[in-house]
Design a protein around this ligand. Structure first.
Ligand code: ADP
Ligand code: MG
Length: 298
């Protein structure tokens, strides 16, 4: 196995015509850890990974493996394994597909059987990929990234579409790859999907960095709050202000800086405001995530 190399994204901007998919994005990903690259659909994850892998050019900034662009890596297949939007020839078998990839990358064919076993696909290896479930395709995509036994793995939404057993398996598998010293970057639009397998998170929203850090730092940011909504938001806002409660307007109502929904209800009652929802914002990771990426606050 090649040594894990850090991934370094610096001041990265990518525009597609009038669309700015990624804007001034900087983060690093260290070897030995699983890093979750998180953000809602359309946040710019795949675009960032495509720039990193040299599939599209950056408008500004760089994305490198320890300072070297993918295109400038020597023997890239043995250093970086990547899977983006897996597409397979439906008429080929998994063994066939991997053989083609191995040959194209100058890797020995003996690796094919090894990676098939590693991802638990060996008993299905001679079936046509067209008949594969989404979970089996995900395993095949993962197998192809492992062919060169690389020190860096870049996986775009590898958990999407897996069944619960597959999710459990991939979590442990990613962790063991990282424990061997590899750099493992895994994108997902759902924090809950990767929560149990990531050490670090890089969170983006609308192309911009929102947060980097350990998974646990995400939770500590959050103090309990209350969500409240009314058919008459203007009146509700006035009632909260009159009661001295701070709040921000979110998509699902007001997020009030007050852990006790009872106090918020009292404030509305005192102002004669009818409510259609009132509950505590759960202080969980998923809520922190949704609040950070704007789903809860806009
Ligand atoms: N080739 C492209 N041409 C135009 N817009 C694009 C292209 N690729 C991505 N985008 C836009 O860039 C934004 C980010 O997309 P993407 O990187 O696929 O996000 P994610 O992977 O986080 O869902 C979206 O608004 C998307 O429509
Ligand atoms: Mg994507």
């Amino acid at each position: 196995m090649a040594a894990g190399i850090p991934i370094e994204v610096t001041g990265l901007t990518k525009r597609f015509g009038a669309v700015t998919a990624v804007e001034d994005l900087s983060f690093t990903v260290q070897p030995g850890l699983v890093t979750g690259f998180l953000g809602p659909n359309g946040a710019g994850k795949t675009t960032t990974l495509r720039v990193l892998l040299g599939l599209v050019r950056a408008s500004e900034g760089t994305a490198t493996f320890g300072g070297t662009r993918y295109a400038d890596l020597e023997d890239p297949a043995t250093k970086v394994g990547a899977s983006l939007e897996a597409s397979f020839h439906p008429g080929r078998t998994a063994r066939n597909h991997l053989g083609v990839v191995a040959t194209a990358a100058g890797l020995p064919r003996t690796r094919v059987q090894q990676v098939l076993e590693q991802v638990g696909l060996d008993q299905y290896a001679d079936r046509r990929v067209g008949g594969y479930s989404l979970g089996m395709r995900q395993r095949l995509a993962l197998a192809s990234t492992l062919l060169g036994d690389p020190g860096v793995l870049v996986l775009d939404e590898p958990i999407n579409g897996l069944d619960p057993e597959g999710i459990k398996w991939i979590r442990g598998f990613l962790q063991s790859l990282a424990r061997e010293g590899r750099t493992v970057l895994v994108s997902s639009h759902l924090l809950s999907e990767v929560q149990q397998s990531v050490d670090e998170v890089v969170i983006i929203s609308r192309g911009r960095l929102v947060k980097t850090g350990t998974l646990s730092s995400l939770e500590l940011d959050e103090s309990p709050r209350t969500i409240v909504d009314s058919p008459d938001r203007a009146a509700l806002g006035a009632a909260l202000t009159a009661a001295g409660l701070g709040f921000t307007e979110g998509r699902n109502g007001f997020i009030v800086e007050e852990p006790d929904p009872g106090r918020v209800g009292d404030a509305a009652f005192a102002g004669g405001v009818r409510l259609n929802s009132l509950h505590r914002l759960k202080s969980g990771l998923e809520d922190s995530f949704l609040t950070l990426v704007g789903e809860g606050t806009e």
